[in-house]
Design a binder for this molecule. Sequence first.
Ligand code: BG6
Length: 496
Amino acid sequence: MAAQIVPLPPFDCVVFGATGDLTLRKLMPALYYRCRDGQIPPQARIIAAARSDYTDEGYRAHIRETVRPHVGRDDWDEAVARGFLDRLRYVRLDASRPQGWETLVALLDEQPGRVRVFYMATSPDLYGPVCRNIRENGLASDAARVVLEKPIGYDLASARTINEQVGSIFAEAQIFRIDHYLGKETVQNLMALRFANSIFERLWNADVIDHVQITVAETVGVEGRAGYYDRSGALRDMVQNHLLQLLCLLAMESPISLEADAVRDEKLKVLRALKPITRQEIGHVGVRGQYVPGAVEGKAVPSYAADLGAQSRTETFVAIKAEVRSWRWSGVPFYLRTGKRLTEKVSEVVVQFRAVPFSLFPPEVADLQPNKLIIRLQPHEGIHLGMMTKDPGPGGLRLRPARLDISFEQAFKTRYPDSYERLLMDAVRGNPTLFMRRDEVEAAWGWVEPIIEAWAESAEPPKPYPAGSWGPTASIALIERDGRTWHEDYGGEEYG
Ligand code: BG6
């Protein structure tokens, strides 16, 4: 079943940071796929801007080589690739300086009325200066939009500075702050699950739900990004944005419509309702860890310090017990967990319902497991409902867990587009629903900042955990203290 494609009018997309990792690994493959699916018209131009010295042809050859490994073998088509590369132009430019913009200006002036998307695939401290230079060079037209990659800042103060700088040049409606998790199909599906089905929403509260777990586990280490990562750490890199956005979509009230601001208003309320975590509490409700040597997927891997080439107190793992102060969620913890070099790559939400109030079945007949709704975001996207059922056959009544499954791969037999495909096209269309509003970003920083500060001041370093494990044992203790356990049944055995 093919997804519906909305073709777009011709546009210009300028990518700053066009030789960087994000452009090569994510943006260009996404644009290739959108060309392949006929969404990007032949007259559209993708203008790559960076400091390196490339000709158009040289840059196209570079992109052909780097994009190809990121495109499925069956999805690569020579004619499509030629068409995609023909849309590319290269401009040599140091965008942080006001001078030297003539070539870009001349190129964009050829099509003055077009939608212009300026994509900042650069370090966040350049967002303000580059936007200023866009304006100084007369390019900030009404049809311009600017896309800011996460992280927006390093803390609340720097996020505010960036938002002020960019906001003094572009209106909020022109600013698209990316959290690529919002572009994932299964993340958008959370809205469908909750608000297009009556069965779950009626149960979606503290009367019925015991707790929620959000796990985003990765097997990769810091790859080529040690410099960035060491300044950031898992809390800033993953929790402040991706995990909190997931929490918002799970915990928010029904928006009054699908209008971007209606949805973002509800997410913002959740962020504002998060119970602040104080310095005194963090030791009880938060764990940070750092990987030491181990084996991931059967391969020996070194420690974080060896990957970095220096000792560091940056966390590569975080587990936090969060609470939303509202009638709906009172007493329902949201356990968040993310880390590098863990056992498996998996992003999953587990909504665990309360246990039955009284068991009719003696323990030798049934080890009753509470129901769990498992929403698998990646890989093997799907939804599973863990239930108790009768063990089939004669010879007495015995119960065992089983699960109701929807595997989206099998049900829809379609390719899951990368989130950047959707987000790039939404920015061109001017649809901000899947982007973060300024107040959301700042509210999220407001909640994580005291945790960052408490950890920065703590004499205790992050707890070591072997690469290839599920993180420090303290994270197991964190949830077990509450009489609960992390869901780690990724093979699906627990529920049949
Ligand atoms: C990015 C982080 O935002 O998300 C990375 O900076 C992380 O450190 C990545 O690896 C995870 O994204 P995904 O889509 O692979 O789950």
